[in-house]
Design a protein around this ligand. Structure first.
Ligand code: NAP
Length: 867
């Protein structure tokens, strides 16, 4: 069918790829009555399962789950023979599906798309194939898979070898016979680890060239797990539904057991159960915190290393096979059958490239820094240009001729991993920015295909012909994808998830790690909000509801969900005593915050009696006096105490290198306005006067506070200026209350649902100050004289009702000539920045606070080793 045609062919949609995603996309497009051409450079359907025919190739998701769910009859007609089916069986399945639905008539094999150009006047794509054909279509859909473009061998001399060369990703259909041969396998990712035991069965000698040791778990292959089959038989619809709304695309109960707090026996029990189960999502779910907490991750990693050491007889080989340079899971873990035991065979040898790197491939073998090896065959199991390789391989140019390769020069940018701005009607199935490779691909594929089909149907009903994301929506999604990755350990590894395996490829975390269910919810929300963030045009008009679907930090959103699930009564419905008890109970369950050098409790004389304080001194050098920071806790002048902000004070102490003196002040309603403000001033004066005794440097004094504590810190600065001192070097105001005006936009936007509500703020004010006093600068420092105040660092959180008054204070201070550093806590709430050890995304904001404090005092140095 590769003959050139003079008249361009026309169809509604061109789909590239006839694997799992291309086949289902074709099926759905046909259902919509669209004319479709599917091109695949392979000779048959199957996608990755067409090409990856190396010995031992299997899926690594149980086949009960790695299967289509769109056709209930198909599910009845096909039974998988094993827990993890082999490549031939999966290929057979895809052929069966293609035949069952008569899909082949719209698929052309051995055809490669070489270029695609968006024709703006025509509102069509012009697709050119390697046979010189031109096809014009409305929709251009990439079903090209995430791991389909092999990485070209980036090894000196590759190409010189005169023996047989094999790539696991392009295995010959006739197979390979290594009987009696000396064989090299380069690469120990999933492909290498699956194939090595089988190559070893035939080869006379096998040398495995390992650059990075990889974590692998025994697959325990055999019949499909009885538990899963039972669940499926009981209620197949419910099972598939659970998969769609799970984290990874396989029904799996996420654990809430934390590795760092679990007992030794619980750790061992959970690990051994996961090891026996032999499933990726099981071993990735031993502890809830193993993906984010290095200490927890190391518990699992060390138990796997123990298993490797006990499987491999030669201690040196065993040690070389133990991964130590990346956290478990941050590179794709493997499932194997007898991989580590293979190294006990006398004719199998591991060559550790960390000790003796490859210098060159030669005519007859491989030369390393230490040795020359002769081989009859070399197998490259060196991986793929993952996730983006196939998308940019064809020359795709969108509106204004911009190529996808150019647009993505610094890393891919997508909206929902489905589309990219500037490329109308160009869809990617399981593209970068979607869960894709971190999930059960079949579940993610069905979700993407259904979304695209639904979108095209909706567009047709509305008389719309083109769709493309807005720049704002896309930037927002890119940010969210990176935010999700940033709270995990994943970006620390040199993995193909990061593009790190391909020399010169930008390092960006490629898949969406937020999970299948969270992702599906975001996609559904986009649709229910009128295709939020998409611009659609056609005879039906122009539609664009611009916006960002996920602006909140992912861990902040999780905390809000947890709090909502706890069903606690709103604070503003409680008495002050009950609210205090509730706060104390929740505070008791938090992580303690970082270790500091010294913590001392004491009292200072206040205007109406003693005030308790807690002093935090940083650990480590330098010995001797440090700058002093007087800190005031949050809690609306009603709640809180020295314990409530203890983790935050430790964090500030460690980050700033200053001595933090946290002072408890009198609370309302027992002591109303201006008691707290007067206590704050007295505390600052006393700390200044006793600087030497407190281990401080006289004259180096700052104030800090959060929420109402920031209110009295700001007020203390104004009062100190007006009442003869002391000199204050700087003020850190975290989400401060600086005004009593609740009509600002941030109150309207964030007044409900983000823990500090408008009602709660009202409750605080009612307890603290009479309405007549609320305009007093000692209650509302924004209304005071701001000239001559100390330099300020103000934190304003996006989802805080107080955001706009914090910003207003920053602007007003600047206008009064005060140096101001306004830090936006992007995606945070009023409380989340202070949640040390819980909200990981708050750490960069607190780092900025630490930096601001150090800037107030040039001599300050932070503690070492702080994440
Ligand atoms: P991979 O995970 O990227 O592994 C490639 C291996 O080759 C790594 O050990 C890599 O070392 C090594 N390598 C690459 N370039 C090298 C060089 N120049 N010199 C020496 N060593 C080099 O690729 P893969 O094994 O094909 O697997 C890719 C992904 O495909 C898997 O992670 C998985 O998602 C999927 N897959 C799944 C299955 C399955 O079980 N269903 C099977 C195969 C593949 P470094 O780590 O040091 O870069």
């Amino acid at each position: 069918m590769n003959k050139p045609a003079s008249v361009p062919e026309q169809c509604d949609a061109v789909v590239v790829g006839a694997g799992f995603s291309g086949l289902y996309m074709l099926y759905r497009l046909r259902q919509l009555g669209l004319s479709v051409k599917v091109f695949d450079s392979a000779g048959d359907v199957g996608g990755t399962w067409y090409w990856n025919r190396y010995p031992g190739a299997r899926c690594d998701i149980p086949t009960t789950d790695y299967t289509y769910s769109f056709d209930p009859e198909l599910e009845k007609e096909w039974t998988w023979s094993e827990k993890y089916a082999t490549q031939p069986e999966i290929l057979e399945y895809l052929r069966f599906v293609a035949d069952r639905h008569g899909l082949r008539s719209d698929i052309e094999f051995s055809v490669t798309v070489t270029s695609a150009r968006w024709d703006e006047p025509e509102k069509r794509w012009r697709i050119t194939t390697d046979g010189g054909r031109e096809v014009r279509c409305r929709y251009y859909i990439m079903a090209t898979g995430c791991l389909s473009t092999p990485k070209s061998p980036d090894i000196q001399g590759a190409g010189r070898f005169t023996g047989q060369v094999y790539f696991t990703s392009r295995w010959p259909h006739e197979g390979a016979d290594f009987t009696g041969q000396r064989v090299a396998v380069i690469g120990t990712g999933s492909s290498g680890i699956q194939s090595i035991p089988l190559v070893a069965r035939q080869a006379r000698q096998l040398a495995v060239f390992q650059r990075t040791a990889n974590f692998s778990v025994p697959a325990h292959n055999g019949p499909a797990p009885a538990g899963r089959l039972e669940q499926l038989d009981e209620d197949r619809v419910a099972y598939r539904h659970a998969a769609r709304w799970s984290r990874g695309g396989v029904p799996n109960e996420p654990t809430d057991v934390l590795g760092v707090t679990a007992s030794g026996s619980v750790r061992r029990e959970r690990f051994e159960a996961a090891w026996e189960q032999g499933e990726l999502f099981g071993i990735l779910n031993v502890f809830a915190d193993q993906g984010v907490n290095p200490a927890s991750n190391d518990i699992v990693a060390e138990m796997i290393r123990e298993k490797i050491r006990s499987a491999v007889e030669d201690p040196e080989t065993a040690e070389a096979l133990c991964p130590k340079d990346h956290y478990f899971g941050t590179k794709r873990p493997c499932l194997d059958t007898g991989y580590f035991e293979t190294y006990n065979l006398p004719h199998v040898r591991l060559v550790d490239l960390r000790k003796q790197p490859i210098v060159s491939i030669t005519e007859d073998g491989i030369e390393t820094a230490d040795e020359s090896f002769g081989f009859d065959a070399i197998v490259y199991a060196t991986g793929f240009d993952a996730m983006t390789g196939a998308l940019v391989a064809a020359d795709v140019a969108g509106r204004d001729g911009l190529s996808l390769k150019e647009k993505w020069a610094a890393g891919p940018s997508t909206y929902l991993g489905l589309m990219t701005a500037g490329f109308p009607n160009f869809f990617m199935l399981t593209g970068p920015g979607s869960p894709s490779v971190l999930s059960n691909m079949t579940v993610s594929i069905e979700q993407h295909v259904d979304w695209v089909a639904g979108c095209l149907e909706d567009m047709r009903e509305e008389g719309l012909e083109t769709i493309e994301p807005t720049a704002l929506a896309e930037a927002g999604w890119d940010q969210h994808v990176q935010d999700c990755a940033a709270i995990t350990l994943y970006p620390t590894a040199n993995s193909w998830y990061m593009g790190a395996n391909v020399p010169g490829k930008p390092r960006v975390f490629l898949p969406y790690i937020g999970g299948v269910s969270a992702y599906r919810q975001a996609c559904d929300e986009v649709v229910s909000q009128g295709y939020l963030g998409f611009r659609m045009t056609g005879p039906g008009g122009v539609r664009c509801r611009d916006g960002v679907v996920r602006r909140m930090q992912p861990d902040v959103a999780m905390v809000l969900e947890l709090v909502a699930a706890m069903g606690m009564p709103p604070m503003d419905t409680l008495s002050a005593a009950d609210a205090r008890a509730l706060l104390a109970a929740t505070a008791a369950t938090r992580p303690p915050g970082p270790e500091v050098g010294e913590v001392i409790d004491g009292v200072i004389p206040g205007p109406a009696g003693e005030l308790p304080y807690r002093l935090y001194r940083p650990a480590g050098p330098p010995e001797g006096p440090r700058p002093l920071v007087v800190y005031f806790h949050g809690g609306g002048w009603v709640l809180g105490n020295l314990d409530s902000d203890d983790p935050l004070c430790r964090d500030l102490c460690a980050r700033s290198g200053a001595v933090i003196v946290s002072v408890n002040y009198r609370h309302a309603p027992e002591a109303r306005f201006p008691a707290a403000a007067l206590d704050a001033l007295a505390a600052v004066q006393w700390v200044d006067a006793n600087a030497i005794e407190l281990g401080g440097i006289p004259g180096q004094l700052a104030v800090a506070g959060w929420s109402a504590g920031a209110n009295i810190a700001a007020v203390a600065c104004q009062l100190a200026r007006d009442t003869g001192g002391p000199h204050i070097s700087g003020q850190v105001l975290i989400c401060p209350v600086v005004d009593s005006d609740t009509t600002r936009l941030s109150y309207q936007e964030n007044g409900d649902g983000y823990i500090l509500t408008t009602a709660l703020m009202q409750w605080f004010w009612d307890h603290y100050a009479d309405p007549a006093d609320r305009g007093d600068p000692r209650a509302a420092p924004l209304r005071g004289d701001l000239e001559g105040l100390p330099p300020a660092c103000i934190i304003a959180a996006d989802f805080d009702p107080l955001r706009d008054e914090g910003v207003a204070y920053a602007r007003a201070l600047e206008a009064a000539g005060v140096p101001v550093r306004l830090a936006r806590a992007r995606g945070h709430t009023h409380t989340s920045v202070t949640m040390v050890g819980v909200v990981i995304s708050g750490a960069p904001v607190r780092a900025e606070i630490g930096e601001a404090l150090r800037d107030f005092f040039p001599s300050a140095e932070p503690q070492e080793h702080l994440s």
